[in-house]
Design a protein around this ligand. Sequence first.
Ligand code: ADP
Ligand code: MG
Length: 145
Amino acid sequence: MIVIETKSPEETFAAGRNLGLSAQPGEIYTLSGDLGVGKTVFTQGVAAGLGITGHVNSPTFTIVQIYENGRLPFYHFDVYRIGDIEEMDEIGYEDYFFGGGVCMIEWAERIRELIPKGTGSITVKDITIEKDLEKGFDYRKITIA
Ligand code: ADP
Ligand code: MG
């Protein structure tokens, strides 16, 4: 387990970037944390580390946003608004989870039964970002398990 403490959005971006720089095919990241904690900032860092250029934002109108101009394909899921787990089948999620790219899944707890166990060619890393207001408004604790 890795714990990274940051004191600015730039530091959280850099933590994501480091993860993206070392990302391997078949890695699946689950990303948890309250609204406004820095999930998008962190994800933008991961994308930058993968060499993805262009704007990366949370997928608002689709379940998955696909970026293919980096070192590896990057599939950014936000399953917050998912109504039924079948919606994942409809988008063909297995092609992304098992497609040799890198997946970032926000609100993964909503599709827990679909998250692979992390065996064979798949590695799952659970990432949590938390605030601690006693340590300052811009403090964030990033845990990668
Ligand atoms: P989320 O995607 O989790 O809803 P965002 O990444 O969109 O959150 O927003 C995080 C907000 O918190 C931004 O406005 C950012 O500037 C601010 N912020 C302050 N300190 C930090 C920090 N240490 N790490 C990340 N974001 C921070
Ligand atoms: Mg966000």
